[in-house]
Design a protein around this ligand. Sequence first.
Ligand code: FE2
Length: 130
Amino acid sequence: MKLADQLQSADWKKEKHAPVIEAPEKVKAGEAFEIKVGLGKEIAHPNTTEHHISWISVFFKPKGSNFTHQVGHFEFWGHGESTSGPNKGPVYANPEVTVSLSLNESGTLFAMALCNIHGLWESSREVEVE
Ligand SMILES: [Fe+2]
């Protein structure tokens, strides 16, 4: 059994766990651009002490390469925890991040998200370097 076999994927418009990667289709080599990665753009994922997105990781795999590079890992810690009990806390982190990066080669961006009770989910998006 492989961990990769446990990654689930789906159309983010129909599945609230599938990460959404918002990125330009084409970028200039070496020039910084922003991507936004999050969940719940179409169907909101719960954000409670008991059920939430714990983290999102972003990866990049150059076209034709065998190797994947990690761009960043983003953890979300506030989910309504409180001394008064679950969901009574003052802060909820939304599972969404904006990242600035630059590429020297065309390839594929991958996003992986962990729901604390529904496991690992992934999505991908091609980016072409001009
Ligand atoms: Fe979930």
